[in-house]
Design a protein around this ligand. Structure first.
Ligand code: SF4
Length: 433
């Protein structure tokens, strides 16, 4: 098969993987504009020092021996198949790099023959790149769960970042929708990477020689909306992953129906993009705003209010904790106010050392007054003309159309996630199988 055809097939097959930052964003070019994030092949990611880099995003092979229900590359699908050689991957990366198209590589793979064999092929490709071609650019590689620990370690010394995809938010869903995968094997490489990085961090600088083990850390990806877990269980899993494995990022991928399958949402259904967005907002709250998963979503309300962002939703549900007085509240309390981010909170803390704050000062301190006004006071003065009622605040924060829909949903007292997923069908299949 011609190399160009392989590239076409394998870049297309890789586009459903979102564990690099720009994938999954639909932003097609129009006449008179440049740049598209929808076309597969090149994606963007961030290096440990915060630089945004373009990566060649490609699968080593899509000739998978597994049959995961949700995946376009599953063995039972009749799609064109292709496999690179390690040399081709190395040549391609160098070629694109020399032409200034890319600054690095994002390499993933389906399972060809078995996990060890697949991992060995990835290692070969990266060895040629690093050792024969002297490539020092950024490499993000997918760890292959189930491969031997030695191979995972070897791969980790050749890459900057590794990711191990959790795939689905529960072991039950994995068993049902990815029957060839061992749910326990998925977490093994994650654990191994964490341990190896910890061991490395204990070594004194003088002893450290040669390349570091995955210097940009590890990340993971979860598919959202292919299985019936609540938002709360997804957020709790993410929290757990951050704490246990020191992950750099948990990526969420709204399930894009690609297969006709009775266990999955219909092919013509829309991917739950708003839900994915809310999950990223919740992720942000955990990483930068000191929220715990239990605070963001409770057992009684396990799913996001799709009309309100999770921070505003939390604030209206805990309205008894407001207003927060900006002149006296500690930094942690300031962070809880919708419209105040870490930078804004820092600015407030700094500014009030020198002068008494006034509501008129807030804009220049980087506060989004439109959102914060319902939840703040400044030296006991509150913004004028506002009604101190959570219901009124919700209606002011969202559009009247959204508010009416929200009210209607509340009257129906549904706790069901707004998704097209058929829970009953899933439960039935789970019981059978
Ligand atoms: S292992 Fe499963 S998810 Fe991965 S490529 Fe194969 S079928 Fe797709």
């Amino acid at each position: 098969m011609e190399l160009a055809r392989k590239i076409e097939i394998l870049a297309e097959s890789a586009k459903y993987d979102v564990s690099c930052s720009s994938s999954g964003v639909e932003n097609n070019t129009r006449q008179g504009t440049v740049g598209s994030t929808a076309v597969s092949g090149i994606c963007h990611s961030f290096t440990p020092d915060g630089r945004c880099v373009s990566l060649l995003k490609i699968l080593f092979t899509n000739a998978c021996i597994f049959d995961c229900h949700y995946c376009i590359n599953r063995k039972s699908n009749a799609i064109p198949r292709a496999t690179f050689t390690p040399q081709e991957i190395a040549d391609l990366t160098m070629d694109f790099y020399m032409r200034n198209y890319i600054e690095g590589l994002f390499l993933s793979s389906a399972i060809i023959k078995n996990e060890d064999y697949t991992c060995e092929l990835l290692i070969k490709a990266l060895r040629i790149l690093r050792e024969e071609k002297g490539f020092r650019g950024y490499i993000h590689v997918k760890a292959i769960p189930g491969a031997d620990e030695k191979l995972i370690e070897e791969l980790g010394f050749l890459a900057d970042r590794m990711s191990v995809n959790v795939e689905l938010p529960s072991r039950e869903s994995l068993k049902l929708l990815a029957p060839d995968k061992d749910p326990y094997a998925l977490y093994k490489p994650m654990k191994q990477i964490t341990k190896k990085k910890q061991e490395e961090s204990y070594l004194p600088m003088v002893v450290k020689k040669g390349p570091s083990f995955v210097p940009a850390g590890q990340s993971t990806q979860m598919i959202i909306g292919a299985s019936p877990e609540s938002d709360r269980s997804i957020v709790k899993i993410s929290e757990n992953l951050y704490q246990r494995y020191d992950l750099k990022r948990v990526y969420y991928s709204a399930y894009i129906p690609v297969n006709q399958d009775s266990l999955l949402p219909a092919v013509n259904s829309e991917p739950p993009l708003l839900r994915e967005h809310r999950l990223y907002q919740a992720d942000w709250l955990m990483r930068f705003y000191r929220f715990s998963a239990d605070e963001i979503l409770t057992e009684e309300k396990p799913n996001f209010n799709l009309y309100l962002d999770p921070k505003a939703n939390w604030a209206v549900q805990h309205y008894d904790q407001f207003p927060v007085d900006l002149q006296t509240a500690p930094y942690e309390r300031l962070l809880r106010v919708p419209g105040i981010g870490p930078k804004g909170a820092q600015n407030i803390v700094k500014a009030r050392k020198y002068y008494r704050l006034h509501l008129n000062d807030l804009k220049k301190l980087g506060i989004v007054i439109k959102r914060a006004q319902y939840f703040i006071s400044c030296n006991r003065e509150t913004p004028a003309g506002l009604i101190k009622d959570p219901e009124w605040i919700i209606s002011s924060l969202i559009s009247s159309k959204q508010y009416n829909t929200l009210k209607q949903l509340n009257t129906q007292s549904t706790s069901e996630q707004l998704s097209l997923f058929d829970v009953e069908r899933f439960e039935h299949a789970k019981a059978k199988g």
